[in-house]
Design a protein around this ligand. Structure first.
Ligand code: UDP
Length: 257
């Protein structure tokens, strides 16, 4: 298995800029291989899985824009990003979601004895998620976990614990941009590991929230499923047309240059 990992990292050629955000444009499996190579070399990487809402946030919050710029990888999490890449004639082959990347990494972690640390969601949700992870990946080494509702004092304790345990992967599910800010602020203290924001993935792992059925995902309708099952997200989703309009404007302006 080890030998089948591609030796290359993601180069600038493997990225496409959408509204100044450099997205990874490799297929998902290749991206997971890249992360596994970093783990093998005991390197430290910060991954942001970004949807249109996150891209729009870079325009509203300059400090968040800096965080995105300084991350190691930004992946296309959201069909809106894939559509935008096509509009700009720089097609991205597929979405790379936080949930699927995390599940892919956990599968390898179990086989290769990599350790993982989870932060996020409510305490009971996180405990259910960890139980389900143990059931699904019995050999997986969970170095530690905790819920995502903590004070700044507790935050430093979490950081110290991760510093000491040195897990190979740390998944942070606090919602965006909170999770990216947490990783960014603490990143300098860590020696190695993949640090990735995973949004509501622990809610899904716990079984409390259902992901869209496979067919809906295949038809690129996961967003609609979420809208139906979590209607309070409606306001957030209004960012999508604004995002697409901005991309359209960029394309039109590029055409007249
Ligand atoms: N959350 C958390 N701490 C907070 C606020 C939120 O751990 O202070 C968790 C929340 O319980 C949920 C996740 O963050 O599990 C956010 O999920 P959402 O689906 O909103 O994420 P996103 O759409 O940003 O990926």
């Amino acid at each position: 298995m080890e030998n089948t990992l591609r030796k290359i990292d993601i180069k600038n050629d493997d990225r496409v800029e959408i509204l100044n955000v450099p997205f990874v444009k490799t297929p998902k499996d290749q991206f997971i291989d890249t992360l596994l190579n970093h783990i093998k070399r005991k390197e430290k990487k910060f991954v942001i899985t970004a949807n249109p809402e996150i891209v729009m946030q870079t325009f509203k919050d300059p400090s968040f824009k800096q965080i995105v710029k300084q991350s190691s990888y930004v992946t296309p999490d959201g069909i809106g990003i894939v559509i935008a890449s096509k509009m700009l004639n720089k097609p991205i082959p597929e979405r790379i979601t936080g949930f699927e990347t995390m599940m892919g990494l956990l599968l390898h972690a179990e086989k290769k004895d990599h350790s993982v640390y989870f932060i996020g969601a409510k305490d009971t949700t996180m405990k259910k998620a960890v139980n389900n992870v143990h059931a699904r990946f019995p050999g997986l080494r969970v170095a530690g976990f905790r819920d995502g509702y903590f004070s700044s004092d507790e935050s430093s304790k979490i950081c110290d614990e991760i510093k000491q345990l040195q897990p190979d992967m740390v998944f942070v599910g606090l919602g965006s941009p909170r999770q990216e800010k947490w990783i960014y602020e603490n990143f300098k203290h860590f020696k190695k590991g993949i640090f990735m924001g995973v949004g509501g993935s622990f809610d899904v792992l716990s079984g409390e929230v259902k992901r869209a059925p496979r067919l809906w995902r295949k038809l690129n309708l996961e967003w609609m499923y979420r809208l139906i099952t979590q209607p309070w997200r409606f306001k957030r989703m209004l960012e999508l047309p604004k995002f697409l309009f901005k991309v359209f404007k960029e394309k039109a302006e590029a055409g007249t240059r």
